[in-house]
Design a protein around this ligand. Structure first.
Ligand SMILES: *[C@@H]1O[C@H](CO)[C@@H](O)[C@H](O)[C@H]1NC(C)=O
Length: 401
């Protein structure tokens, strides 16, 4: 009995010993697992935090992007609004200009006939054009100044950005000077022929004996007057008979050094204008002389009869024209904005500056390379960025002082 008991006890002891051993192991493992779980929990928390942060960041950037997008579209809208406003202001200015420019003293009947004729001329053609001209040629006593620009007609676009075109008031023929110099010009039988011609195909090309320099020529009564510049300082006025095709006169022009008459159109060496009163030459005496000078020439002999300093600056001038012995100088800015007559000079001292209107040209593509006045029709032939434009003018009588 006793050994059995001993065995039992010893087995129990051994069992208890093993139990303790396993318990310790279990505890150890449990602790380790708990530690690992803690770790995992920690990592999990950590990654969760990163994830949330990332999400927040994403949300923030998305909001910022939205904000930027909104601001961009707001800015865009603002810009559009500003453009509309600028447009409106320009229109208002146009309106104010037409309202405040001096009224013409033309009698009513005449004005109605003129307007009617203009409309007909546009729609039908030459018969009316002639009636309409006759009406003007009655006015020969030259005591008129421009009161406003009544209408604009954009005829077509031919040739390069710079050039000139004009119409002989006597023969009604139209002459086109493409570019800023050349040896040939194009002749059309009428404005209508020119406007209907595809390009210059229906014209007669006239080859001149020498090169014309700058868009400053004039045509009057079958004669072409043009500027010829051979050496740097040698400026000449050439008179060319368009009918016989020969040069009838050449006049040297006394300029000290090469200087162009309009600062914004340096290709215009000098500018000629021809009318009933004679032949006019606008020029610059030298580069150091800031004002535009005017010479009156005898159209038959090209003799210089008189010279004036117009006191109109060359700076920012783009073109000029002569109406009834009054020079109108057109100014602009280097970045072309709106052309305007800002300086007027009257050889008879009859136009006082309060009387001379500040004339704004209607908004156009660019700036004028040339403006040629036709005394019979009271209109300007303009060349603006390759477009041929006719401006019709309203005249009024000079105040006699
Ligand atoms: C006008 O002149 C330009 C170059 O200045 C030339 O390219 C063009 O063909 C000319 N056009 C006509 C109709 O002569």
């Amino acid at each position: 009995m006793k050994p059995v008991l001993v065995l039992l006890v010893s087995t129990a002891w051994t069992f208890t010993g093993a139990q303790y051993y396993y318990q310790g192991l279990m505890d150890y493992l449990e602790n380790r697992l708990l530690a690992i779980e803690d770790r995992i929990q920690f990592w999990h928390d950590q990654s969760h935090r990163y994830h949330t942060e990332l999400q927040d960041f994403k949300k923030l950037t998305a909001e910022a992007m939205d904000g930027l997008k909104n601001e961009h579209s707001l800015l865009f809208k603002d810009l559009e609004g500003a453009a509309v406003k600028v447009d409106r202001v320009e229109r208002e200015m146009d309106y104010v200009e037409t309202q405040t420019s001096p009224r013409a003293c033309a009698n009513k009947a005449e004005k109605v006939v003129e307007q009617g004729a203009w409309g007909l001329e546009e729609s039908r053609g030459e018969e009316e054009e002639e009636d309409w001209e006759e009406l003007y040629s009655r006015v020969s006593d030259c005591v008129e100044i421009i009161s406003s620009i009544r209408s604009v007609k954009i005829l077509k676009r031919v040739g390069s950005p710079k050039g000139m075109w004009t119409r002989d008031p006597r023969s009604s023929k139209v002459y086109v000077f493409n570019g800023t110099s050349g040896e040939s010009i194009y002749q059309f039988n009428s404005v209508r022929d020119f406007s209907r011609s595809p390009g210059v195909t229906s014209s007669r090309q006239i080859r001149l004996p020498s090169e014309w320099s700058g868009p400053g020529s004039a045509v009057y009564n079958g004669y072409l007057y043009y500027i010829q510049q051979e050496a740097d300082t040698d400026v000449q006025v050439v008179k060319y008979d368009l009918l016989s095709g020969s040069v009838t006169d050449i006049a040297m022009f006394p300029v000290e050094s090469q200087a162009t008459v309009y600062n914004l159109n340096p290709e215009t060496v000098a500018d000629l204008a021809a009318d009933d009163e004679g032949l006019w030459l606008l020029y610059a005496t030298s580069d150091s002389e800031p004002n535009i000078h005017l010479a009156q020439m005898d159209p038959a002999t090209l003799d210089i009869e008189q010279i004036w300093d117009t006191r109109c600056p060359r700076e920012n001038a783009e073109a000029a024209f002569v109406v009834c012995g009054t020079v109108y100088v057109v100014y602009n800015t280097r970045l072309a904005s709106r052309s305007r007559v800002q300086c007027v000079f009257d050889v008879n001292d009859m136009v006082v500056s309060e009387e001379a209107p500040l004339l704004y040209f209607p908004r156009r593509y660019g700036s004028h390379a040339s403006l040629k006045y036709n005394p019979e029709e009271k209109q300007l032939y303009g060349w603006d960025d390759g477009y041929q434009i006719i401006y019709r003018l309203t005249m009024k009588r000079k105040l006699l002082v």
